[in-house]
Design a protein around this ligand. Structure first.
Ligand code: G1P
Length: 302
């Protein structure tokens, strides 16, 4: 039976969990010795965009679930005194401020996943750190433009209903089998209640073309469900299956959006994101646009 929408007081969302333990096989050999979350988009690694997105939404405690490539992520958010000294001595004040500020962005913690049993398992590793609090999950393959304000909207929805909230975006029907897919019931513009959810369905079995994108606000009850969920698609412990179990006890909401997502999960998407962000940069836009035009011309696309 569906739980009626609840309005209850909830503690503020302060913690985010970022799973970053995947092998990044789509980007080999670039990801042989470093995390795919450290791949650069223009001049920042993907994970820095994600951490900045979290901070902009009011998160100040971030747990990164890592594997053996954790070193470079940890170093990235730490002080680096030799570099700072070199920048100070050569008068590069702007760069110096930038690297120092990075270490003060948020409290960033690390825990290793150990066995790689799937996304749901990676999130379950965060239980001790998160405790009995609501928390955000941000997947490492994508980040959202500040103009979308998506995470803050999701956190406001959580504050209103006291329940879990997922980010949903419409995709082409043939793409739905790459995502978690939600069966929605409209509440208002941009807000639905989720009636059912299924991981990577065949097009013919998909309950809608609303895909779960990599942003979630969870009530802590998700951890109980993760403990009981059986391996699903690909033999992995799926977060989506734990959400389906949670639905039986608690309402789960979806915030829909249609703009501002930067995908970095595949090589074509990664290249598109670099081009988009370079064209959004005042200091790069004009020269880069001129270069793109000439490159298209040279390669016979004009
Ligand atoms: C994961 C989730 C899926 C979600 C997707 C968003 O899949 O399991 O439900 O829609 O992220 O990017 P993955 O991309 O890890 O296969």
């Amino acid at each position: 039976m569906r739980e009626s929408p609840a309005v209850n007081a909830t503690s503020p969302v302060r913690k985010a969990v970022i799973p970053a333990a995947g092998f990044g096989t789509r980007f080999l050999p670039a990801t042989k010795a470093q995390a795919k979350e450290m791949l650069p988009i223009v001049d920042k690694p993907v994970i820095q965009y994600i951490v900045e997105e979290a901070v902009a939404a009011g998160i100040d405690d971030i747990l990164i679930i890592t594997g053996f490539t954790k070193r470079s992520i940890e170093d990235h958010f730490d002080r680096q005194f030799e570099l700072e000294q070199a920048l100070a001595e050569s008068g590069k004040d702007a760069q110096l401020a930038e690297v120092v500020d990075l270490a003060d962005l948020a409290d960033i913690h690390f825990v290793r996943q150990g066995e790689r049993l799937g996304l749901g398992h990676a999130i379950s590793v965060a239980r001790k750190h998160v405790g009995d609090n609501p928390f955000v999950v941000m997947l490492g393959d994508e980040f959202m433009s500040p103009r979308a304000d998506l995470l803050a909207k999701m956190i406001r929805t959580h504050a209103q209903y006291g329940r879990s909230v997922l980010a949903l975006q419409e995709v082409e029907p043939e793409e739905i089998s790459r995502y978690g897919c939600a069966k929605p019931e409209r509440i208002s513009d941009g807000l639905v209640q989720i009636l059912d959810i299924v991981e990577k369905p065949q097009v013919s079995e998909a309950p809608s073309n609303l895909a779960v994108m990599g942003r979630y606000v969870f009530t802590p009850e998700i951890f109980d469900k993760l403990e009981h969920v059986e391996p699903g698609v690909g033999g992995e412990i799926q977060l989506t299956d734990a959400i389906a179990m949670l639905l039986a006890d608690q309402a789960v909401y979806g915030v829909t959006f249609d703009d501002g997502r930067y995908d970095t999960g595949t090589i074509p998407a990664y290249l598109e994101t670099i081009v988009d962000l370079a064209l959004e940069r005042d200091d790069l836009r004009d020269d880069f646009a001129a270069y793109l035009r000439s490159a298209l011309d040279r390669h016979g696309f004009a």
